[in-house]
Design a protein. Structure first.
Length: 115
């Protein structure tokens, strides 16, 4: 199983980025998917999740600014990030989970917000 995350980069405050996570070796439709992030000096935290049925959940800090979506036909999960702030600076990781036994992580993509 491999999760390939991409789309990170440098953006100005108020800007947007679109992160993608493409899965291989797994049928993504049966997994709950999520994006997590680890800011410098902090522990990894949940950003957004979308379960196999399409229900979403967001951290309070990104509610209304970020949108998670999935395209099962493309085995892809996307995190659209708008109105980015300096406090969004982190390495972002995608996650695929199904029950306690199946839990996979991507390699991470850096998001930097700076003027």
């Amino acid at each position: 199983v491999q999760l390939q995350a991409s789309g990170g980069g440098l953006v100005q405050p108020g800007g947007s980025l679109r992160l993608s996570c493409v899965a291989s070796g797994v049928i993504l439709s049966i997994y709950d998917m999520g994006w997590y992030r680890r800011a410098p000096g902090k522990q990894r935290e949940l950003v957004a999740t979308i379960n196999s049925g399409g229900s979403t959940n967001y951290a309070d800090s990104v509610q209304g600014r970020f949108t998670i979506s999935r395209d099962n036909s493309e085995n892809t999960v996307v995190l659209q990030m708008n109105s980015l702030k300096r406090e969004d600076i982190a390495v972002y990781y995608c996650n695929a989970r199904r029950g306690p036994s199946f839990n996979f992580w991507g390699q991470g993509t850096q998001v930097t917000v700076s003027s």
